[in-house]
Design a protein around this ligand. Structure first.
Ligand SMILES: [Zn+2]
Length: 187
């Protein structure tokens, strides 16, 4: 008897024939999780996410987030992470809708989706340790610089080389010996 190819009910990915679930691992995780995953830096610099952040419209960010997530997210799953119904997510995403401006909500959503605080147009009052670290690390300025370097291609390598050359190894060693002043840079 020939074994038929099994596919995930949600995303269509090929699965092992003996898999008990009707969903692949990625989709299953999304179906059972109540929390947004930590997205890689690359996720936050995609065009649609950047455009949504620049428009300062959290509903647009919902739509962009769902589109860029892999596998693509339903409004219902995103809503569950945010404490919203599918209908509420749909209304907020509606093109031409007024951008939500309630800061309490914006903060809650930003935290729920783990948006790096450095990318937001408002400040999050009590970021968790993990997010605070990423926020200072991932600012719009740095993202843009990285995109610039990416497009600059060959010259980026040259810049990198010149940056490396700017601090000779002997000076790095000397710096690390000068303890208190270098401490802030070391971490
Ligand atoms: Zn799947």
């Amino acid at each position: 008897m020939q074994k038929s190819v099994r596919r995930c009910e949600k995303c269509g990915a090929r699965m092992a024939c003996d898999r008990v679930s009707n969903h692949c691992g990625s989709c299953l995780r999304l179906l059972i999780t109540n929390e947004a995953p930590v997205q890689p830096d690359e996720f936050w610099v995609t065009k649609s996410i950047q455009a949504a952040l620049e428009s300062r419209h959290f509903g647009c960010l919902f739509a962009a987030y769902r589109k860029e997530a892999s596998p693509r997210l339903s409004q219902a799953v995103l809503g569950r992470w945010l404490g919203l119904t599918q209908a509420q997510v749909s209304r907020l995403e509606m093109p031409g809708s007024r951008p939500p401006s309630d800061l309490v909500k914006l903060e809650r959503w930003a935290k729920a989706l783990r948006v790096p605080p450095g990318l937001l147009w408002f400040s999050v009052s009590h970021p968790s340790g993990e997010l605070a670290g990423r926020g200072s690390d991932l600012s719009l300025e740095r993202v843009h610089r990285r995109q610039f370097l990416k497009t600059a291609g060959v010259s980026a390598t040259a810049i990198g080389a010149s940056l490396l050359g700017a601090v000779p190894p002997s000076r790095v060693a000397a710096r690390s010996r000068a303890a208190p002043m270098s401490r802030s840079c070391a971490t």
